[in-house]
Design a protein around this ligand. Structure first.
Ligand SMILES: [Zn+2]
Length: 104
């Protein structure tokens, strides 16, 4: 599953899709595109005490994923989280990315 992103037409920086201006070269000439929703786990944390709206989902993992040119935060589907594990995007719900591990 691909992730919608913006790409700066001037310096080719990959940006989150909500950006209106490139933080590198300050150009506002951005184009909507997608990148592959696959990457590696850079960091993670396990949430035991969540905000009210997520309280029924604890415990859950919030993961930082390194994609091709962009880092995103999301949720991890599963229990066995390891730094550097390869994951793929499984779903996008309420603007949240859900990643699952790829078994070898
Ligand atoms: Zn730029």
């Amino acid at each position: 599953m691909d992730i919608p992103v913006k790409k700066c037409k001037k310096c080719h920086e990959v940006l989150h899709s909500c950006k209106l201006q490139c933080p590198i070269c300050l150009s506002d000439d951005l184009e909507l595109t997608t990148i592959k929703g696959e990457g590696t786990i850079y960091s993670y944390t396990k949430i035991h005490t969540a905000p009210k709206q997520f309280a029924d989902q604890v415990p859950y993992y919030v993961v930082l994923i390194q994609l091709d040119g962009l880092n995103v935060t999301g949720r991890f589907i599963g229990e066995d989280v390891q730094i550097n594990d390869f994951v793929v995007l499984e779903d996008i719900k309420n603007e949240c990315y859900y990643f699952k591990p790829v078994s070898n």
